[in-house]
Design a protein around this ligand. Structure first.
Ligand code: SF4
Length: 122
């Protein structure tokens, strides 16, 4: 059995070819231009994770939404749960880039960080 997939680690977008043994374990990855493609394919097929970017409500700021990002990858299957948790988060300006907005979101051991600074306005 085999599978084709596109590496999303860098803009080269190499087409990866993954071969599996009879028990479904990955036995070879080809088509990658660098080792990161091999690692990406193995991780994507066993424990896929993603960085999540979103926004939360912010008060007393020039805009009403603050862009946020996870401090590291989270399991792909938890993206919806985290997005739902962020729907009710509200903060007040001022906020500095990389401030922790939510610690340990959904018990994943990952924080939600501000991805830009936002000054306070009256
Ligand atoms: S295999 Fe390497 S060069 Fe190709 S897309 Fe992935 S990271 Fe980029």
């Amino acid at each position: 059995m085999s599978k084709e997939m596109t590496c999303i680690v860098c803009p080269m977008s190499c087409m990866l070819h993954v071969d599996f043994d009879g028990e479904g374990h990955i036995c070879a990855v080809s088509g990658n231009t660098c080792p990161r493609g091999d690692a990406y394919a193995r991780k994507e097929l066993t424990n896929p994770t993603r960085m999540l970017t979103s926004t939360v409500k912010i008060h007393n700021a020039p805009y009403d939404r603050l862009p946020v990002i996870t401090s590291s990858d989270i399991p792909k299957g938890k993206l919806f749960e985290v997005m739902e948790a962020l729907r009710v988060v509200e903060v007040s300006a001022p906020v500095k880039c990389k401030d922790i907005i939510v610690k340990d979101i959904c018990g994943l051991g990952v924080d939600i960080l501000a991805s830009r600074s936002m000054p306070q306005v009256d």
